[in-house]
Design a protein around this ligand. Structure first.
Ligand SMILES: [Zn+2]
Length: 91
């Protein structure tokens, strides 16, 4: 079933109608329902991809902060004061 938008009232009407059954405007063959929706949906998909990318960036930043905090906690809990340099490797 092919659908069109009425250019006057923007309601969805069956393709092939000569006049809009809602507002009575004369209908011309324009972009079909699917063609009219493709571009906005592609734009939406792009926005979702952007959002995911930004979200991953934020999460990585948060992860770095948490790792730093864990390092602090581990240092605070270690028996030494944490000021000493790392233990030399055994020979
Ligand atoms: Zn109409």
């Amino acid at each position: 079933m092919k659908l069109d938008f009425c250019p006057s009232c923007a309601r969805i009407v069956l393709r092939g109608f000569g006049y809009c059954p809602y507002c009575g405007a004369a209908l011309r063959a324009g972009p079909g329902f699917e063609e009219a929706l493709r571009e906005p949906f592609e734009r939406l998909a792009g926005m979702q991809a952007d959002f995911r990318g930004r979200k991953i960036g934020e999460l990585l930043l948060e992860l770095e902060t948490l790792e730093a905090e864990i390092d602090e906690i581990v240092r605070a809990l270690s028996p030494d004061d944490g000021e000493r340099s790392p233990a030399p490797l055994p020979r």
